[in-house]
Structure formats: C-alpha cells, structure tokens
Design a protein around this ligand. Structure first.
Ligand code: PMP
Length: 431
C-alpha cells in the first residue's frame, strides 16, 4: 500500500494555485483517480517522492531522460556552465556545437533553429512551410500530438485524448479550418485528399512513429506514400520527431524507415532534461527564416547556454558508445516480451508495441494501428493496471494514450522487477 500523505497535502495546496494543481495536464492523474506523487529527486532509473517512496521510472520526464536522471556527466557540465552565467541573449559556440552534432546525426537537417519547446518547434516549422509555399492548409493525423499551437490542437492525442477533448475550445474557426485531420496509417484517404487539395496544402506534419495515442507504428508504405505524394504537390513534409528522435534509433525514424522529410522537429532528448527543441530541414526552406528571410521567429532564451550544455552532453553520452541505444533497445525488448508473457498468464489480450527504447501496451484484442483502435482499448483495465503498478513502485505514464521510455541506466534487475510487478497488476486488471 502506497503512502502519499505528504503528496496529498502538497497536491491540495497546488490545486489552490494552479489549474488542476499542475503545470501540464496529464501530471494531475485525474483519469486514474489517484494523488500524483510529488517528486523530491531522481537518480538513474529511479524517481523518489516526498513521502519517501522509490519508483522505477518509465516516464523519464516524458522522454528526455535517455541517459537516466542526474547523469554525473550532465550534472558536471551544468555545474561548470552555470558558473559562467545562465543566459546572455547573444551567440555562443555551444549552439553551433549542438547544431553540428544534430546535423551529423540527421543529414536531412541542413540548417537548424533552436527553440524552447516542442510546441514552438512545430508551430514555427508550420509557419516556415506556409511562408515557403505561400499556401495556408496543413494536414495532420488524428491522434498525433504536435504541442499546443492553435492550428495543431485539432483531433490531437496525448493529454487531449486522455481528457476526452481532442479539439480544444479557444481555437478560432478560421484557424481550425486550415487544418485537415486524417486517420493515421490510412493511405487511400491521404491520397484522395491530396488529389483534391494538394495544391493548397503547405505542409503535411506527422509523428513518423506515433507516441501520443500510445505507441503506434507506421504501417508498411504509409511514410513512403507521404513522401512521394508531398513531393508531387510541392508540399513540405514535416517529421515531428520530438518524441521518437534519438530514441527509436539514434538517427530517428527517418533513418529507421529510410525516408527523408523536408523538415524535422526535435525536442526532449535534444535538451537532456532542460527546455530545448529545434526545427530544421532543407537549406532552401530554412533560408526563409529571419534574419535570412521574412518568416519571423525568435526567442529570448533560445539557445540558452545551460540548455545547450545539457543537450550536448546527453547527445555525447548516447553517441560515444555505439551500443548505447542498441543495448537500451534490447532491454526494452526484454521488458516488452516479459509483459506479453505476464499478460497471457493472466488471460489478458494485450497489444504491446515497441520502437527502440519506447514502448506501450493496449488492453485490446484487435491490432491497434490508429486513434480509433487506441480509443477502443480497455481504459478501465489500464487504470487498474496502472494503479497496481504504482503501488508496487513502478512509475508509468497515467494514461493509455502515452508512451513509456527506457533509459540507459535501467538494469536487468529493474526490468525483472517490473515484469514481476506486472504479473500481479495484470491479475488485478483482469478482475
Ligand atoms: N511533438 C511531439 C511528437 C510530442 O510528443 C510533444 C510533447 N510530448 C510535442 C510535440 C510538444 O512538445 P512540448 O511539450 O515540449 O511543447
């Protein structure tokens, strides 16, 4: 039985100060009917709350913590950097160091601009695509989440799916009218839409591996079709790799599936736990960005030296050892296989998906390839499973519409402990 007395007191106070007591909705645990543990500190694969509970962490700050929490090299680099000042609002060489590293790993990114959040990255990429093409419409896919920019909060995943409101109020009809939302993995619908509207579509934005309706992989030919058709119509193809970048594979989904987008958005891991994201792509497109071109986009703290330092050190850690991502991927496979076996032993039909170091499970008898399938999975069972796991010290995202993350600091023992806890949790879910 988990004791969350101090967290409960802290949450009650926070609720008087912030909507839902949180600064980002899913953290509220509102859909799993439980107090969210308030975190005191984190180290490696573990996270510790203010009541003294320890958890094996599969949230990893929602993706960034691929090298584990408080990695000694990141901590040391940050200590050194903070002594030199926290922000200058002027160019530094570390921005170019990080940009160079990213370009080396993602050759499709000929030029890059650093920003502070994934939301900013996708919002800016769309503005650039519109400026470049002189067109207004965009296509996104139902259940993909690209941050909370107005034109992207249409049939979105992640917290919006969790709270059952995929279209947010507060978006003008004019803005929403320029966004066309199509089913993920549905090739004929995409082709048909482009045949009618292709010449007015500025950009197609997609999570090439979707992680915001749970984890859903692109079906054979889907990304290829997006690439071919957008090329035909002169539409900018944007891969939103904020979540899957550096994680499904060091070089992202574009390397995994051998498809080069025109633009890419990155986030999470690129900042190593500090607020960094980026957008970039073909040089002719990025040439539109101010001050080279007329499309305006700026940021007081963009390229902040502390944030660049954490990102660069994290990317060094995961690239210097060529086995870093493959080893972490193998550990993730061990876990996913263990979960499947444990679910089967409890008589549960489970769809378990994995892409490199990310995974998620759906309580579903049917294959899950789109938002409709994800939404049809059994949420009640998920909730029981989640609570039983938390009670045993396993920290998972509190929603079926999120993805779990493994870090390079998770151990075989962590994985076996998690599988063991799952045996009990699946039995509880089945009751
Ligand atoms: N794109 C994707 C694919 C994401 O997963 C997220 C956040 N989970 C975002 C964009 C938005 O990033 P941020 O929360 O940093 O604004």
């Amino acid at each position: 039985m988990l004791h969350l007395e101090k967290s409960t007191t802290a949450f009650n106070k926070a609720k008087t100060l912030m909507p839902g007591g949180v600064n980002s909705p899913v953290r509220s645990y509102a859909r799993v009917h439980c107090t969210p543990p308030f975190i005191a500190y984190a180290k490696g694969s573990h996270i510790y709350d203010i009541d003294g509970n320890a958890y094996i962490d599969y949230v990893g700050s929602w993706g960034p913590m691929i090298a584990g929490h408080a990695h000694p090299r990141v901590v040391k680099a940050l200590h050194d950097a903070v002594e030199r000042g926290t922000s200058y609002g002027a160019p530094t060489t570390i921005e170019s160091d990080l940009a160079e590293m990213v370009r080396y790993l993602y050759p499709s990114i000929e030029k890059i601009r650093m920003v502070n959040s994934g939301t900013e990255a996708t919002m800016s990429a769309l503005r650039v695509a519109r400026g470049f093409t002189g067109r207004n419409k965009i296509i996104k896919f139902i259940g993909c989440y690209h941050g909370h920019g107005d034109s992207l909060l249409v049939k979105a995943g992640s917290g919006l799916a969790t709270f059952g409101c995929p279209d947010s109020p507060g978006i003008t009809p004019g803005t929403a009218a320029d966004t066309i939302a199509l089913p993920y993995n549905d090739i004929p619908t995409f082709q048909k839409t482009m045949r009618t509207l292709g010449n007015s579509v500025a950009a197609v934005i997609v999570e090439p591996i979707a992680g915001n309706m749970g984890l859903i992989l692109p079906q054979e030919g889907f990304l290829q079709t997006l690439r071919e058709v957008t090329k035909t119509y002169g539409t900018v193809l944007i891969f939103d790799e904020v979540m899957c970048g550096f994680r499904c594979n060091l070089r992202g989904a574009q390397d995994m599936y051998h498809i080069l987008p025109d633009m890419t958005c990155l986030g999470k891991i690129i900042g190593g736990g500090l607020p960094v994201a980026a957008y970039g792509g073909r040089a002719d497109i990025m040439h539109c960005v101010s001050p080279e071109g007329p499309v305006y986009q700026a940021g007081t703290l963009s390229g902040n030296p502390l944030a660049m330092t954490a990102g660069l050190e994290t990317l060094k850690i995961i690239t210097e050892d060529p086995c870093y991502i493959p080893k972490t991927t193998a550990l993730t496979t061990l876990l996913v296989d263990g979960l499947k076996t444990a679910a089967a032993a409890a008589g549960i039909s489970l769809c378990a998906h994995q892409a490199g170091t990310m995974f998620s499970i759906f309580f579903s008898k049917n294959a899950v390839i789109d938002y409709e399938g994800a939404a049809a999975a059994d949420q009640t069972m998920f909730c029981k499973y989640f609570l039983a796991m938390l009670a045993q010290g396993i920290y998972l995202p509190p929603s079926q519409f999120e993805t779990c993350f493994v870090s390079g600091t998770h151990t075989d023992i962590d994985i076996h402990t998690t599988i063991e806890a799952s045996r009990t949790a699946f039995q509880k879910a089945a009751q």
